[in-house]
Design a protein around this ligand. Structure first.
Ligand code: PLP
Length: 404
């Protein structure tokens, strides 16, 4: 068997479809975000990153860096083991307390990433709760889908952000079956936000547990950065809130929060928690500083909102169509994988503007897009330059304009 020939054949198919992923090799310039040095000869040396999930630039925050350096100097580079075998560091325990407080829950549990936290928590709940049925929003993230699949629990998919469909699907299940409603707050591809109060109400009506992924909302929404559930005053009615330390908090790692019993249950049974080396203590120390900072500081959130509104208004003024949504994510629809890739390449090469094309399977075919995430660190001049570039390219590529 010629395995490489087989691999290459499938890769060629991806390339033909325009869905082959090419990574931009960058070095983020600490202290100068959103600038990064580009290691591609065909692009300018310095580029402006327009698609980072470090939404508030916390990765370069002085206090966060100081905390990380201090912990490296006091504890060293790695955790030294799994949480069970010598790897539980004081910094992990402090961070878990901070996260529990962030969502006003009894307990929290850290994972090596948000992906792992979803995968491990959902697979454990689905497999360990006898006869569990998991009701999953149709657009849930891959990490939730994989966790549910791995649990082998019965899965029911409900229409995206549709509490009435959820209600109907819950109603036909056996009354005594344990039910878990899994959904997100901010959906990162369309930037839409779930109707959380209605979903919680429907779940409560049927006695279902609620599992909420707040990955794209923590740090950004709510007066303390506790996410949409905090902003809406719903956190105490949600059974499990999951989040990441890798996006608005600018570090890496994932977590769940909930009751003490729930977190102890996952801690005790989740393979994806137990059998892997704990996060470096320095990462935990840095994340703790970032979470704490964003609990009290509104400056970053306010500045981000201003720049998001500014980019939207400028796009509108030029008739460049973007998806209307109530979040900080601005998808500009291209609806063609090859054009999407091409626009991204031209922006990078001719303008030093980096925005990764979002193609299938991340989004459905025919909905390919460029997805912009303005941060407090993007200046007004950065925004003007981006809109200028898009305006020029729109004319060159004969792309459709929004009807005013
Ligand atoms: C990015 C993402 C995750 C995974 O978080 P990581 O910390 O990056 O592993 C989980 N859920 C959603 C909705 C995401 O977008």
């Amino acid at each position: 068997m010629d395995f490489d020939a087989m691999f290459n054949a499938q890769l060629d198919d991806l390339k033909q479809e325009g869905n082959y992923r090419v990574f931009a090799e960058l070095e983020r310039r600490c202290g100068a975000y959103p600038r990064a040095k580009s290691h591609d000869d065909l692009t300018p040396d310095e580029v402006t990153v327009w698609c980072s999930n470090d939404y508030l630039g916390m990765g370069q925050h002085q206090d966060v860096r100081d905390a990380m350096k201090a912990a490296v100097d006091s504890c060293g580079a790695g955790a030294g083991g799994t949480r069970n075998i010598s790897g539980t560091n004081h910094h992990h325990v402090r961070l878990e307390a901070e996260l529990a407080d962030l969502h006003r829950k009894e307990a929290a549990l850290l994972f090596t990433s948000g992906y792992v936290s979803n995968w491990a928590a959902l697979s454990t709940l689905g497999s360990r709760i006898p006869d569990a049925v998991i009701l999953s929003d149709a657009l849930n993230h891959a990490s939730m889908i994989e966790g549910i699949r791995h649990s082998r629990a019965r899965k029911v998919i409900w229409k995206h952000n549709d509490p009435e469909d959820l209600d109907r699907k819950l109603a036909v299940l056996p009354a005594n079956a344990p039910k878990i409603v899994a959904f997100e707050s901010v959906y990162s591809m369309d930037g839409d936000i779930s109707p959380m109060a209605e979903i919680v109400e429907v779940a409560e009506k049927h006695g279902a547990m609620t599992y909420l992924d707040e990955v794209h909302a923590v740090g950004l929404y709510g007066p303390r950065g506790g996410g949409v559930s905090e902003r809406e005053g719903l956190a105490d009615r949600i059974t499990l809130i999951e989040g990441t330390l890798g996006k608005a908090y600018g570090c890496v790692g994932g977590y769940i929060t909930g009751s003490a019993a729930l977190c102890d249950f996952i801690r005790s049974f989740a393979s994806g928690f137990i059998f892997t080396t704990a996060l470096p203590p320095a990462v935990a120390a840095a994340a703790l500083t970032s979470v704490r900072h964003l609990k009290t500081s509104q400056v970053e959130r306010q500045a981000q909102r201003r720049q998001v509104a500014r980019l939207r208004a400028k796009l509108d003024a030029q008739g460049i169509p973007h998806m209307d949504n109530p979040s900080h994510i601005i998808p500009v629809m291209i609806k063609d994988p090859v054009k999407c890739r091409m626009l991204s390449d031209i922006l990078m090469r001719d303008w030093g503007i980096y925005v990764q094309p979002i193609n299938y399977p991340t989004v459905p075919k025919g909905t390919e897009r460029l997805r912009f995430t303005p941060s407090p660190l993007h200046s007004d001049a950065d925004i003007d330059r981006l809109v200028e570039a898009l305006t020029v390219l729109w004319k060159q590529c004969a792309l459709a304009h929004a009807v005013a």
